[in-house]
Design a protein around this ligand. Structure first.
Ligand code: AMP
Length: 282
């Protein structure tokens, strides 16, 4: 049976659950990516809960926060339809009872200075704070997260280690549209044409995946080709196309086959900022 849980009732609700709990935090506007996380959670735990909270502290741009879609009735219906056990739907006051200026500051090290950390001021502090608060309320055994937000998983792991929380992160591969575009709540803000053209990110990531492509040109040349192709597709601003060590996220100047590697991208099409990544295989 599905329960929608509001405000302070979450603690009592949680206490009444026996057995293991897997938790999927979201900002709503649910799509197949989120539902894949729920499906994965259902494989590993006795109870599965999601949360829907558009967390103001992780937005660095007021306009992005304002425009973030909030179809709450549809979201609750979707969670009900996929047999999710509960959805926690807090208010800002539930999450930040002492107010937003009282955020805890986490030492996220290098992760806060590169890629998303560099481009979105305060974003990961907001993420670490909201996830800590949600974990404290829900006390799950498993925290199920998507690899689309690769750096976010590393940030949350760091917070979990710092707080010594007994929760295991379960990572779910990126779910894509038929065109290859990574599913995202922000995709609904794209025109049909932009949505079609946005698959250029996936096309280029895919091209880099094979070692044959890597033998043909160095990273600098590959990156230039990637950027040109995105520009052709209508991306008017590229925040980064980066090559990194997939285990540490240390940035790499060129391919290094002694390391597991990942390519990460953030770029704007229209006024929508999209991110994606792909690990490089052999
Ligand atoms: P969000 O609602 O965007 O904050 O995302 C909530 C969770 O869903 C995060 O763990 C995301 O990484 C995950 N997620 C979002 N999009 C996808 C996707 N296309 N595939 C897999 N997981 C995703």
């Amino acid at each position: 049976m599905f329960s929608s849980v509001l405000g302070a009732t979450i603690s009592g609700f949680r206490q009444n659950l026996t057995g293991s709990v897997a938790f999927v935090p979201t900002m709503g506007a649910l799509h197949q990516g989120h539902l894949q996380l729920i499906a994965q959670a259902q494989e590993i735990a006795d109870h599965v809960g999601a949360s829907i909270f558009v967390n103001p502290t992780q937005f660095d741009q007021a306009e992005d926060l304002e425009k973030y879609p909030r179809p709450i009735a549809e979201d609750l219906q979707l969670l009900h339809d996929v047999d999710c056990d509960f959805c926690y739907h807090p208010t800002e006051k539930d999450i930040y009872p002492e107010g937003i200026p009282r955020l805890k500051s986490y030492d996220l090290g290098y992760l806060d200075e590169i890629l998303e950390g560099a481009y979105r001021d305060g974003h990961y502090q907001g993420v670490a704070n909201v996830v800590y608060r949600l974990l404290d309320l829900i006390k799950p055994d498993y925290l199920v997260m998507g690899m689309k937000d690769y750096q976010q998983i590393m940030v949350v792991q760091r917070m979990i280690d710092a707080e010594k929380l007994a929760v295991e992160i379960v990572k779910v591969p990126t779910v894509r549209e038929e065109s290859g575009l990574a599913r995202s709540s922000r995709n609904t803000r794209l025109t049909d044409e932009q949505r079609k053209n946005a698959s250029a990110i996936y096309r280029n990531l895919n091209k880099l995946r094979s070692s044959r492509a890597r033998a043909a040109e160095d990273w600098k040349t590959a990156k230039e080709g990637f950027a040109e192709d995105l520009a052709q597709a209508g991306f008017h601003q590229i925040d980064y196309i980066a090559l990194a060590d997939a285990d540490t996220l240390q940035l790499l100047e060129d391919y290094d086959d002694t390391k597991r590697m990942i390519v990460l991208v953030a770029a704007y099409i229209g006024d929508v900022r999209l991110i994606d990544n792909m690990k490089l295989g052999t």
